[in-house]
Design a protein around this ligand. Structure first.
Ligand code: COA
Length: 185
């Protein structure tokens, strides 16, 4: 990660080059994976529980993340800081796929996931020509995630009442979508 130390004003500010790349996940990402997966602030809106051991992370990476049809780590300088995934539907649902993402707390509010979502949206319809709809389902109180999708050009379709149980509470969720025919932001 490129760092420029700026000591102006008596304060040490660290400016990081936030150029991001997406790549397949590896077992060697387990320690970095734990940075976000073991953080309650990050997992608050996720369906899965906060991770408590590196072994859990290794099992997930090996058994779920590596075999996943489309899951990448979001990287700065090849170091994993989050993940973004597209899970395809099958059978009658094959026209659509569901987007998911998570980012280490340290990197929030720097435009990173908005950029990652735009990168995915600009390529996935070419990669999977049968795909017509990319959707994302977000808890109504997850403002950051809703903003990401709006900024990436997704359409807010409506609220799904009492849709999922997240950390023991049943939540209303917002359905967002981007169609292959939508103009890309
Ligand atoms: C939600 C999340 C993915 C946002 O990623 P991010 O890289 O911080 O988002 P961006 O920096 O691209 O922000 C996009 C917009 O959302 C806003 N935003 C980001 N986090 C926010 C928050 N917690 N509350 C309110 N607004 C927020 C940003 O200010 C920005 O808006 P602006 O450009 O109008 O100022 C990230 O906070 C995260 O990983 N959260 C935990 C996991 C999660 O919720 N995943 C999604 C489940 S549906």
């Amino acid at each position: 990660m490129a760092e420029n130390l700026d000591k102006s004003g008596g304060e040490r500010r660290v400016q990081e080059s936030m150029e991001i790349t997406l790549r397949p996940i590896e077992l060697s990402d387990a320690d970095d994976f734990m940075v976000w997966a073991a953080d309650d602030k990050v997992t608050r809106f996720c369906l899965w529980d906060t991770y408590t051991s590196k072994e859990q992370a290794l099992n997930y990476i090996k058994n779920c993340a590596i075999p996943h049809p489309w899951l990448k780590v979001i990287c700065i300088g090849n170091r994993a800081i989050g993940t973004i995934s597209v899970t395809p539907g099958s059978g009658f649902d094959r026209c659509r796929a569901e987007l998911g993402y998570v980012l280490s707390y340290k990197y929030w509010c720097k435009g990173i996931v908005t950029r990652a979502v735009k990168m995915v949206a600009s390529t996935i319809f070419n990669e999977w020509p049968y795909l017509e709809r990319l959707q994302a389902i977000v808890a109504t109180d997850n403002e950051g995630s809703q903003r990401v999708l709006e900024k990436a050009g997704f359409q807010r379709e409506g609220v799904l009442r009492k849709y999922s149980v997240i950390k023991g509470k049943t939540k209303d969720e917002v359905m967002f979508s981007l169609l292959s025919t939508d103009s890309f932001v």
